[in-house]
Write a protein that binds this ligand. Structure first.
Ligand SMILES: Nc1ncnc2c1ncn2[C@@H]1O[C@H](COP(=O)(O)OP(=O)(O)O)[C@@H](O)[C@H]1O
Ligand SMILES: [Mg+2]
Length: 356
């Protein structure tokens, strides 16, 4: 059997660059070298694409981006070539690519841009397509699509770019009680998000969020358990068992996610069997409503009364060995290596093989 050539993309221009490198190293370690030839390209914080021929540790510890003289390597949009163009000193070399696996989080990777480039190049790309990636990246768009599908959500409002902060504050105070959550529409990993308890804090939070994205979403606080479901598949998605994040002070912040271990993970979530089943069903409903393919992690709150409130879908969830997505899949009977295999197969629509 001929080996398939997979282009693994990591790094990227978003605030989640570092997490992406750790996720990508885990994926690279779990791709079967007997079946796949893996070409690794790192995208620097300022958007340069560089070929990395070193090991996984160099991806994880980010030494790849400190290395000198790495050849530029970019995906060509030409569907007749479906190739990576590598610019070495001796000249340009074209390498045919069978699949792209973007292990990129946030802007410029999880938002439909790379997916669009793959589409133009005629190369199947692992994960969600252009539209669902873009919609799931933008919290205002996600909420509109989820509402249309009948998913329960926290009440929210949107401050469009350039909105007058005092008008926004007045709208918020008319609709909600403090505390409220203020979020940049397009971001990730809790960057630019604040939980605010007063008018003064709201003004500051609006400015902080607008630094990240001029479009800002404000929503009421949901009191409940924070739960997550890993979903895998195209038209017949499989939902994992439910996991739970117990964040400090009800806010799963950037440091809680990656730095200080203040958040506890529970697999399975501390829910009764009936509620857990309902959460899984909502995850599949959200996945379908938002047009997801390949994989995604769907996040919800469950209130004390057992109400399930949709929060968001991450189309390229964290993929480190300690991340929720691979852990939930493993706990549901799909180990990391098999997961990577399935994701690559799903990129070209081979679902029937997977679910028998
Ligand atoms: N409406 C809300 N009510 C209660 N907690 C919230 C609400 N929105 C967000 N949070 C908390 O903030 C965290 C980050 O918000 P989220 O919308 O998931 O943004 P991100 O895309 O950065 O992960 C959540 O994981 C949760 O802990
Ligand atoms: Mg989140």
């Amino acid at each position: 059997m001929d080996k398939m050539t997979v282009l693994l993309l990591f790094g990227g221009i978003s605030t989640e660059h570092e997490v992406s490198c750790i996720s990508a190293a885990s994926v690279a370690e779990h791709i079967d070298p007997a079946r796949y030839e893996v070409i690794r390209v790192g995208i620097t914080c300022d958007g340069r694409w560089l070929l990395w021929e070193g090991g996984c540790d160099g991806i994880r510890d980010r030494s790849w981006e400190k290395a000198e003289g790495l050849p530029a390597a970019c995906l060509l949009p030409d569907a007749g070539l479906s190739s990576l163009c590598i610019l070495r000193e001796g000249g340009a070399e074209l390498r045919h690519i069978d699949r792209v696996f973007p292990v990129l989080h946030g802007i410029g990777g999880e938002d439909g841009t790379v997916q669009g480039l793959c589409r133009l190049a005629g190369i199947p790309c692992v994960g969600c397509g252009v539209a669902s990636s873009a919609v799931c990246m933008d919290k205002a768009m996600t909420k509109a699509a989820a509402a249309q599908a009948g998913l329960s959500q926290a009440r929210w409002l949107v401050a469009e770019p350039g909105a007058d902060p005092s008008e926004t504050v007045a709208r918020v105070e008319e609709s909600f009680e403090y505390p409220v959550f203020v979020k940049p529409a397009n971001a990730g990993s809790s960057v630019g998000i604040s939980k605010v308890r007063s008018r003064e804090e709201l003004y500051t939070a609006l400015a902080v969020a607008a630094e990240v994205d001029p479009k800002v979403v404000i929503e009421e606080t949901v009191i409940g358990q924070e739960v997550e479901v890993a979903v895998l598949g195209n038209r017949k998605p499989f939902a994992s068992i439910v996991g739970e994040v117990a964040a400090q002070d009800g806010f799963y912040s950037y440091s809680g996610k990656y730095l200080d271990n203040t958040s506890g993970l529970y697999i399975p979530a501390r829910l009764d069997a009936d509620t857990a089943e309902r959460v899984r069903a909502e995850a599949v409903k959200a996945y379908r409503a938002l047009g997801c393919e390949g994989f995604s992690r769907a996040d919800f709150f469950v209130t004390a009364e057992g109400k399930i409130i949709f929060n968001e879908i991450n189309t390229i969830p964290g993929f480190t060995s300690i991340s929720m997505y691979p852990k939930l899949m493993e706990a549901s009977g799909i180990p990391f290596g098999e997961l990577v295999d399935r994701l690559i197969a799903l990129a070209c629509g081979k679902e029937e093989e997977l679910h028998g």
